[in-house]
Write a protein that binds this ligand. Structure first.
Ligand code: HEM
Length: 486
């Protein structure tokens, strides 16, 4: 039996390593583990940068059984995501999602396979969020209100050194709660604290080593009880959010839609065949979990990078504050309309996103059909890694790719300009669904914070590190800050 198993595995492995002509080059692949030794999984984007130097902008890797192609630099990433958008629009098959049982066939949006269910859910989610406020006054008002709460919490620190992480997470998570459940929570609220705690556990699980291992070696899923153990946090988070959905169901009134959950329930009640349409209860849980997952850590981490860059570059902070004072003053709250009159602040926020590089290797794609890229052949079903970091730091595009330099987004007259290689939200069919909301949050939170406070490094603290800590998202190493009221 052992011989047969090994023989089958070797055969399967060889089959997947079929030699295609014009397949991208890559490091030597070893039996079973493939090219895994060529990548430092703590910092994959840094390994990719090294491999890019050796093999060029398009190279192949083999993660155990999975054939992968990594795209580097603006040209290759743009060609794939924009010019051959549909060819690259699929997501890799993640066996753990299917095994989890809930919403197995149509797992939410982020990891959903390319097809009509994903299209329908994406269209629905975009238009619902837009109508509820994305880009509209009402959500902007909520973000402004939340920025006010965040500032009062920061004031209560009275200039003492503190870690921003907790407060910023609360504020950003509240924006998602408002969108999905129509309500915000006080930061000390026990339900909110539990929600945040469970969510943190869930994120740890999702980016953990074991989850990744189960996805590349799905045979391990047959070990009894392993899946339940690995996904305890995710299950607890989703069970907890059921409470909010049940409350909505009890008080649901078709004539009056309060939020995203209500709108989804309305679609479910239309009675489309739930399995076919994706509008079923399991998927409501998965889509809302996706919005939490994709919409909180990304935005709050970017804001922590923003404050970090301000304490490291006090002269830039002063210039932003001078622009805020000139355009908005000290009393009125910032609004999105101010953005066009604030090129410097806008440039600084873009540079925070470029340098902070919070989603360095994007979300994996998969080829939907056989395709060509930069003269290479890439077969259907190949996992595609878009090395967004290599685009945001592409030496052929940016004047000072590895420095914090807001002038990347300003022309010689001080007017705001956005180079096409600014792709922190990716591009094409799978481009970040929350880009508009994220932009609004970044502008309102950042300008409100700098209108009210000057951020400084506490005297006894070492200069914080500028490199990121990678766990799918690249976040600043923990640092303390003092917020001096202005
Ligand atoms: C996907 C970045 C905020 C919802 C993505 C992707 C990136 C990204 C790089 C992968 C795109 C691809 O596959 O090529 C960011 C950044 C954010 C942010 C940098 C903040 C600064 C948000 C927010 C929301 C959100 C606030 C929700 C309200 C999503 C969803 C997807 C996604 C649902 C999956 C889209 C799909 O597969 O069709 N985001 N995101 N994101 N993002 Fe964001």
């Amino acid at each position: 039996a052992v011989f047969l198993t090994v023989f089958t595995l070797v055969l399967d492995f060889m089959k997947r390593r079929r030699k295609w002509s014009r397949y991208p080059p890559g490091p030597t692949s070893l039996p079973f583990i493939g090219t895994m030794l060529s990548v430092d999984f703590q910092n994959p984007h840094l390994s990719f940068n090294k491999l890019q130097k050796k093999f060029g902008n398009v190279f192949n890797l083999q993660n155990c059984w999975t054939n992968m192609v990594v795209l580097n630099g603006y040209k290759a990433v743009k060609e794939a995501l924009v010019h051959r958008s549909e060819d690259f629009a699929d997501r890799p098959y993640m066996p753990v999602y299917e095994q989890l049982g809930y919403g197995s066939k149509f797992p939410g949006i982020v990891m959903a396979r390319y097809g009509h269910v994903w299209k329908e859910l994406r269209r629905f989610t975009l238009s619902t969020l837009r109508n509820f406020g994305m880009g509209k006054k009402s959500l902007e008002e909520r973000v402004k209100e939340e920025a006010g709460f965040l500032c009062s919490e920061i004031s209560s620190e009275e200039g003492r050194p503190f870690d921003l992480r907790f407060l910023v997470n609360n504020a950003v998570c509240n924006v998602i709660c408002t969108t999905i459940y129509g309500k915000r929570f006080d930061y000390g609220d026990e339900t909110f604290k539990k929600l945040l705690h469970l969510f943190e556990e869930f994120l740890k699980e999702e980016t953990g080593f074991l989850t990744q291992l189960l996805n590349v070696v799905p045979t391990l899923l047959h070990i009894p009880g392993l899946l339940q153990k690995v996904f305890r946090g995710q299950k607890e988070f989703m069970d907890f959010t059921d409470m909010f959905v049940h409350k909505h169901m009890e008080t649901w009134n078709p004539a009056y839609t309060r939020d995203f959950t209500d709108e989804f329930l309305k679609e479910m009640k239309k009675g489309k065949a739930a399995e076919e349409s994706g509008f079923n209860y399991n998927n409501l849980r998965l889509v809302t979990t996706d919005l939490f997952g994709a919409g909180t850590e990304t935005t709050s981490t970017t804001l922590r990078w923003a404050v970090l860059y301000m304490i490291l570059h006090p002269e830039i902070q002063s210039k932003v504050q001078a622009e805020i004072d000139k355009v908005i003053g000290r009393e009125r709250s910032p609004t999105m309309e101010d953005q066009v009159s604030m090129p410097y602040t806008n440039a600084v926020i873009h540079e925070v996103q470029r340098c902070g590089d919070v989603v360095p290797i994007g979300v994996p794609h998969r080829t939907y059909r056989d395709t060509e890229l930069q003269g290479f052949f890439i077969p259907k079903g190949t996992t595609i890694i878009t090395n967004l970091s290599s685009v945001l730091k592409d030496e052929t595009v940016w004047e000072k790719p590895n420095e914090f330099y807001p002038e990347h987004f300003l022309d010689t007259n001080g007017k705001f300009v956005k180079p096409e290689a600014f792709l922190p939200f990716s591009a094409g069919r799978r481009v970040c669904l929350g880009e508009q909301l994220a932009r609004m949050e970044l502008f309102i939170f950042f300008t409100t914070l700098l209108q009210k406070f000057t951020f400084v490094l506490p005297e006894d603290q070492p200069r914080p590190r500028e490199d990121g800590h990678f766990a799918f998202i690249s976040s600043p190493h923990p640092y303390l800050v003092r917020a001096i009221p202005r």
